[in-house]
Design a protein around this ligand. Structure first.
Ligand code: FPP
Length: 245
């Protein structure tokens, strides 16, 4: 079934080059099983592993995932601690397979806010996966899109102070100061758990992105769900504000 779906999307049209995902619903998944919330996040790591492998197999080149928002720092200390511990465990357990699969990892966000152990794990992940040429995996941690935009505006203001002319401020110059400067904008945004919100994720970059919302909770997301989203994307008519020719 999953292989049929993969075969279908491989001949069904353009596979999205860049897929972004808001991995939502871990807490609800855990609650429905009378488990503590961190168990939902733990189950979410398994879904992430399957999704990364599925993305690579489908021919997606860039995968950007929202793992921890700036707003998530305000969750109970116990949950923040569990998420940080999970990040470190993720690095320890997955780094071998990520390297083997040619996945190059970048971490986008205010990583300065991470504690020393999480920071060290993140640095190791970036260094050891550098050069992977199959898939770029961007993990957004301590990320907020408005903060990213303000950071880019500050960088531009500083360049203007150093002599850049106002006419030189273009969309391209602005984009080049965002965390995502190395990659084209996402073609497809997937949000799980049935919520129709952007939640301060990639506000600038999603201007012309196709949005796919599924009721599936993140821990239940898998390869097959990813392929379904890609198949749906292949049926979209992307006009980028123009009329069909
Ligand atoms: C949203 O679900 C999910 C998160 C805040 C965390 C996402 C993290 C993972 C999937 C863990 C793996 C990531 C790495 C890189 C280790 P929620 O808690 O808001 O769920 P709810 O809306 O049902 O409460």
């Amino acid at each position: 079934m999953t292989d049929d779906l993969l075969a279908r999307i491989q001949v069904g049209g353009e596979v999205p080059h860049h897929v972004a995902i808001i991995m939502d619903g871990n807490g609800r998944w855990a609650r429905s099983r009378f488990m503590p919330r961190p168990m939902g996040h733990r189950a979410g790591v398994k879904a992430l592993r399957e999704t990364v492998e599925g993305a690579k197999d489908a021919g997606v080149k860039v995968l950007t995932i929202f793992a921890f928002s700036q707003e998530n720092w305000s969750r109970p200390q116990s949950e923040v601690g569990a998420l940080m511990a999970l990040l470190q465990e993720f690095v320890a357990k997955e780094i071998g397979d990520l390297k083997k699969n040619g996945v190059e990892v970048s971490v986008l966000g205010e990583v300065e806010r991470l504690g020393p152990r999480a920071r060290k794990a993140v640095d190791r992940l970036i260094q050891e996966t550098a050069g992977g040429d199959q898939l770029n995996l961007n993990i957004c941690v301590s990320y907020g899109s408005r903060a990213e935009i303000v950071r880019a505006a500050r960088a531009l203001a500083s360049d203007v102070k150093d002599g850049m002319s106002l006419d030189e401020i273009t969309e391209e110059e602005f984009s080049s100061r965002l965390y995502t400067s190395k990659w084209p904008d996402p073609d497809l945004l997937i949000r799980t758990s049935g919520e129709f919100r952007i939640s301060n994720f990639l506000l600038w970059q999603l201007a012309y992105t196709e949005i796919y919302v599924t009721d599936v909770l993140w821990p239940d997301f898998d390869r097959e769900e990813l392929f379904r989203a890609i198949e749906d994307f292949q049926g979209r008519d992307r006009r980028f504000g123009k009329v069909p020719v």
